[in-house]
Ligand binder design. Structure first.
Ligand code: B12
Length: 207
């Protein structure tokens, strides 16, 4: 199936209004919504994620692309539901207790939405109960972000309290001060250095 070049470019260039116009025009022209998602929207988000990883794009660009992606996604969401297109799976994301830095977490959520997952955004300063609530509502993976060295230990609290009760739930951690070694030491299932890396990590739990 072919990519809708206008929609892809509008999202990749972060032009929200043009993305919305392009998606409306495509739907009016009878293009398949699932194909628009798989061939145009998701690839645009993947591309900006890769650009970020290579140092060719920065946080503001990613946020602008994410905003354009959201506008188009919001428009086709009800049509996708009507067409019976199910999300690939449900995950939740939040910043750890005490941490208000949510830019990274928002990017992680956008990357996963862009990859076709339903993301329950739990916001900032999340207690263990908030994560548990999302698990009880069907989230299979918990993504936690921390930007402060002082809030990193609260990630261990989340792992310690969730794992014994829900051993099959994936717990992924990230944020500037977090490392793969730290993730391993607290018993998390994975660590991602960038928002883009969250996608393959999550995919493993739905394989
Ligand atoms: C913006 C900012 C703020 C804003 C936050 C606004 C917001 N809505 O997020 C405000 C002003 C509120 C703030 C407040 C504070 N801040 Co501040 N802040 C920053 C700043 C400048 C940028 C952080 C940021 O957004 N980075 C960009 C994002 C995209 O990066 P990121 O979160 O790491 O995410 C990327 C990856 O890590 C990954 N990722 C992130 N999470 C996850 C999760 C998973 C699962 C995965 C796979 C990947 C992943 O994906 C992202 C993109 O690829 C940093 C300094 C800096 N240059 O980093 C300081 C910084 C983080 N802040 C700091 C401090 C000390 C504070 C305050 C304590 C200041 C004060 N005295 O009040 C308060 C604490 C508030 C609180 N309780 O959280 C320190 C932390 C020091 C430390 N070692 O702990 C820093 C490093 C500044 C410094 N050099 O001192 N801050």
């Amino acid at each position: 199936m072919a990519r809708n070049e206008e929609l892809y470019q509008a999202v990749y260039q972060g032009n929200k209004d043009r993305a919305l116009e392009a998606v409306k025009a495509a739907v009016d022209a009878g293009e398949d919504v699932a194909t628009l998602l798989d061939e145009s929207l998701i690839p645009a988000m993947q591309q900006i994620g890769q650009d970020f990883e290579c140092g060719q794009a920065f946080v503001p660009e990613m946020l602008i692309v994410a905003r354009a992606m959201s506008a188009a996604l919001e428009y086709i969401q009800p049509l996708l539901t009507e067409a019976g297109v199910e999300p690939k799976g449900k995950v939740c994301a939040g910043t750890v207790k005490g941490d208000l830095h949510d830019i990274g977490k928002n990017l992680v959520a956008m990357m996963l939405k862009g990859a076709g997952y339903e993301v329950v955004d739990l916001g900032v300063d999340c207690s263990v109960d908030k994560f548990v609530g999302a698990i009880e509502n069907g989230a299979k993976v918990v993504l936690i972000s921390a930007l402060l060295t002082t809030t990193m230990p609260a990630m261990k609290t989340v792992v310690d309290q969730i794992k014994p009760q829900y051993p099959d739930i994936g717990i992924l951690v990230g944020g500037a001060p977090v490392t793969a070694e730290f993730a391993k030491s607290i018993g998390a299932d994975g660590y991602g250095a960038t928002a883009n890396q969250a996608v393959p990590l999550v995919e493993k739990f739905f394989a």
